[in-house]
Every structure is written in C-alpha cells, then in structure tokens.
Ligand binder design. Structure first.
Ligand code: ADP
Ligand code: LRH
Length: 476
C-alpha cells in the first residue's frame, strides 16, 4: 500500500515516549506505544540522568510497538556518556542542570575568546554547553580512561545496535563542532585542553545505523536509522509551515524560539543577543534562542506536590494580567528547586506585588514567558533579516491555550499551535523519507503535516500598548 510503520524514541527532559508512526502518501498517524517520566537522580551531590531507567523504558516501548520497519532515536542536547575501551559505560551521564559548570564558561571564554568561539561554532553561551561540561570534568578518572564520548541519542543507538557514531544536528549543540567545515572543531578542543580522540565519526540524518542486536530480541529486528537526533531538530522538521516567513517556538521544558535559515548569522549583534546557529535536517540552520520555557512551571508544580495542570491554568487565566512580570531568562531560574520562592524573590527585588496563590504564580510565569517569546521573535527578525508573519508553537506547550493566546497577543502575530508531538513526528518523517515513502524536501514533509495534523489558530488580540509597557518592565 506504500505505507510503512516506524518507531520514534523521543526522550525529553521531562518525559520520554516511544511512538509508532504510520506513514504513506497522504497518511501520517501516530500512536503512543509507551510513555514514561524522566526523573533525574542526585547521587553524591551530582545530578545525573537515570540513563538505565530510560533505556529500560526504550526497550519496553519498542517491544510494545511490535514489528516496525525502522527505529529513530532523539533526545535533549549537550549531554553525553563516556565509554571505556571495552564499550562499557563509565558512570552515569551528568545532567546539564548540575552545578559542576559554575564559573567554567567565564574561565574558558577568557582563555579562548568568546568571539573566536562564536565565529567557529556559532553556538550561544549556555553554561552547560558540552565544551564547558568537559572542561569541568577535566582531570577526572572517567575522562582519563574514556575511549569514546557519545551524545545521549547516540549512546542509546549504540546500545541498540553496537554501532558508534555522532549524529550531526546534536553534535552542533556541543560548541565543539565547526559549522563551516561541518566537522568536529578539533582546534577548539585542543585549545580548551579537551582530548580530540574520544569523538565519534559524524553521521547525517537519514543514514542507516544498523540492525538492532539480535540478543535484544525485539520484534522484527528493525534497522536503527539516524534522525535529527537533537530533539529540537526533529521538532523543527514537524513545524507545519508554508513558505519561509515563519518563526517557531518548540515549547516544552525549554522554549526554542527561532527561524530556519540556509546560512548562519555570525554577526557581533547576534553573538551579543546570544542567538545560536544549530544544525538542522537537510543542512539547514536553526537560528534560535533558548528561552527558559515551561521549566519554571514544571518546577513550581513539583514544589506544590503536582496539582492538576489544566485546572491551575484555568485559574491562572482568571487572574489579572501583568500584575507582576519577571525576566524568565534570569540564570536564577536555571537550577532545580523551589521556583515559587524564586519568582517571589524576583518580584520583591523589582518592587512588584509578590504572587500569593499558585494561580497567581502561574499567571506571572505565563505572562513572563509570553513576554520572553515576544522579545525573541522580535530579535530573531532583526538579527536574521527574515520577516516573520506567523508563529508556530509545537511541543507540549501547544496544549497550553493561555500561553498560545498570550504569545499571539504579545507578538501581535497569529499563532498556529501543534502538533504536540512534533519531535516524535519529525523523527518519524525522516525515517519514512529514508525508506522512500514520502516526498524529498522539508516543504513536502510539511505539506503532509498540514494535510493530516490538527492545528489550532490563535489570533492576536489584546492591547499592544499594554504589552509594550509590560515588556519595558522586564527589559532592563
Ligand atoms: P519535553 O520534551 O521538554 O520534556 P514536552 O514537549 O513533552 O517537554 O512538554 C511538556 C510540557 O507540556 C509540560 O511541562 C506542560 O507544561 C505541558 N503540558 C502537557 N500537558 C498539558 C496540558 N494538558 N495542558 C497544558 N499544558 C500541558
Ligand atoms: C530541548 C533541548 C534544547 C537544548 C536543551 C539542553 O529539549 O534539546 O534544544 O538547548 O534541551
């Protein structure tokens, strides 16, 4: 029938899932084989990913998925596992929100030059870039004995197939990848004192990695195929846009706000604004900024013992707008912890009323996030010269009607929300294309999305003067 079924393993910072996608001409249907929480573990003072629990759930999901033609794996960026010369994992991968990188970025950029780093890698300054994590780990016995470094999705693919490699979209987030040469930036590694011999050969999305190992006993022994293994790269594939005048917000734990370009933007203004040039599927550039996203909301819910989110959002919608707004991108909101207390502190410090109820805290977070979306959507147009007439919100945040409406209001642009499972869909589409069942270019894949996926539309409303005034309260 010209249709195939493939499995997408998508590991997000807050949860993972194994999805089965059925794809063919005019057909794109997803169903969840398995969903699971992703809960980090603090061990001896260091925050780790529970990588074996994730892998156990990946296997359970692939078993539940039944026979599929192929499997693709994606996850969050920047983190890695180290293997010894026998292929065994050395320790548990450290979580990017761990404190080990404190002060490292400042030290490394003083030594290497922030301008030079940006010129070579095009990557934004985040404290947890792989470069800084590796400098923080320098001198550790694990790093000294390491034979290989594998990014998280490459590590899962290695356990599934025994094959070593480094998928490029995720490599491009490390700040150790040369976007001009499209190769590992060995000169940056050498200058930072990082071993150049532990990095794996690069591979492109759409290439075959290998069959799953027979002893895993998975139904049909499918091939593992490289996809945009950086979750955001897969999400951008599944933005149901027409033409090029769109911005996307891949909205989950983070809000990744940007445009899709053919060429990187490496200007001084871009560097100062901390925009990044990450590698996309088909050699595109994901020119974007990390906005704090729904993380402060997630951590607030955790602090409150996980009350019902839809109920809380309905209550927040009834709270007065802009009572208190904060700069949601403040570094203070980055580490795990008591987010309502940090929000209260930021309000106190800026002379605004302290939100007293959970609904008021949530309203403050959503207003503030919409303001940060507004700022990034404006900046990305200025810096790239790309005019934007539509904002697409994909990921879990597309389920948040209050955030979608406020983002439309704040940007003064229509917001198209969905698909919620964009990352898994982008993963599925790249596999289906590799199998030859769907059209060649990103435009054809997006056409299929528009035919098959439910997209909600939010028209901009509200007072643009009120948003301008609110934005001045957070932009110092
Ligand atoms: P990640 O991939 O970073 O783990 P997701 O894309 O899965 O994140 O999005 C998770 C987020 O989606 C949650 O933090 C939550 O804010 C939002 N979300 C999930 N379900 C709902 C819902 N029913 N209503 C509103 N928001 C939701
Ligand atoms: C989103 C994401 C984002 C990275 C961050 C570490 O899940 O991959 O693109 O910056 O995690």
């Amino acid at each position: 029938s010209g249709e195939i079924e493939v499995a997408a393993v998508d590991l997000g910072a807050s949860s993972g899932r194994v999805m089965v996608g059925r794809v063919g001409p005019g057909v794109l249907r997803l169903s969840a084989a398995h969903r699971f929480a992703n809960e980090p573990v603090r061990v001896a003072g260091t925050l780790h990913w529970d990588i074996l629990a994730l892998y156990r759930n990946v296997l359970a999901g692939l078993r539940a998925a039944g026979p599929v033609a192929s499997v693709g794996v994606d996850s969050w960026a920047v983190d890695y596992g180290l293997l010894d010369s026998s292929g065994a994992l050395l320790g548990n991968p450290v979580h990017y929100r761990d404190t080990r990188t404190e002060g490292v970025r400042q030290r490394v950029t003083r030594q290497l030059g922030a301008e030079r780093l940006y010129a070579t890698t095009g990557v934004q300054q985040l404290p947890f870039n792989t470069l800084y994590q590796l400098v923080a780990a320098a001198g550790s016995p694990q790093l000294a004995t390491a034979h290989r470094l594998l990014m998280i999705p490459d590590l899962i693919a290695y356990w599934l197939t025994g094959e070593i490699g480094a998928e490029v979209t995720n490599a491009s987030t490390t700040q150790l990848y040369d976007l001009h040469k499209r190769a590992w930036a060995t000169d940056v590694m050498a200058a930072a004192g990082i071993r150049t011999d532990i990095f794996a050969p690069l591979r492109e999305p759409g290439t075959r990695i290998g069959p799953v190992l027979p002893d895993l006993d998975l139904p049909g022994t499918p091939n593992v195929v490289a996809v945009g293994s950086h979750d955001t790269a897969s999400a951008v594939v599944a933005v149901p846009a027409t033409g090029e005048h769109f911005a996307y917000i891949s909205c989950g734990t983070w809000s990744l706000v940007g445009v899709e370009l053919d060429r990187p933007v490496l200007t001084e203004a871009s560097r100062q604004a901390n925009f990044t040039n990450e590698g996309g599927v088909d050699g595109t550039i994901r020119y974007l900024r990390n906005v704090m996203g729904l993380w402060p909301l997630q951590e607030s819910l955790r602090t409150w013992g996980n009350p019902d989110l839809p109920e809380l959002l309905a209550a927040a919608a009834g709270e007065p707008a802009f009572r208190s707004v904060v700069d949601i991108d403040e570094p203070a909101f980055l580490p795990p912890g008591d987010m309502p207390a940090r929000i209260a502190e930021a309000c106190r410090r800026t002379g605004q009323p302290v939100p007293e109820s959970p609904a008021a805290v949530v309203r403050c977070i959503i207003d503030s996030l919409a303001l940060a979306h507004r700022r990034a959507v404006r900046q990305v147009q200025e810096l790239s010269g790309r005019h934007v007439d539509t904002v697409h919100i994909v990921g879990g945040g597309a389920r948040n009607a209050l955030l979608c409406q406020l983002t439309a209001d704040a940007c003064g642009l229509p917001v198209l929300a969905g698909p919620v499972e964009a990352t898994a869909i982008g993963n599925v589409l790249v596999q289906a294309r590799a199998a030859g069942v769907v059209g060649d270019d990103l435009a054809a894949l997006r056409e299929l999305l528009r035919q098959t996926q439910e997209i909600a539309r939010y028209e901009p409303g509200g007072e643009s003067a009120a948003w301008r005034a609110a934005s001045r309260r957070v932009e110092v």
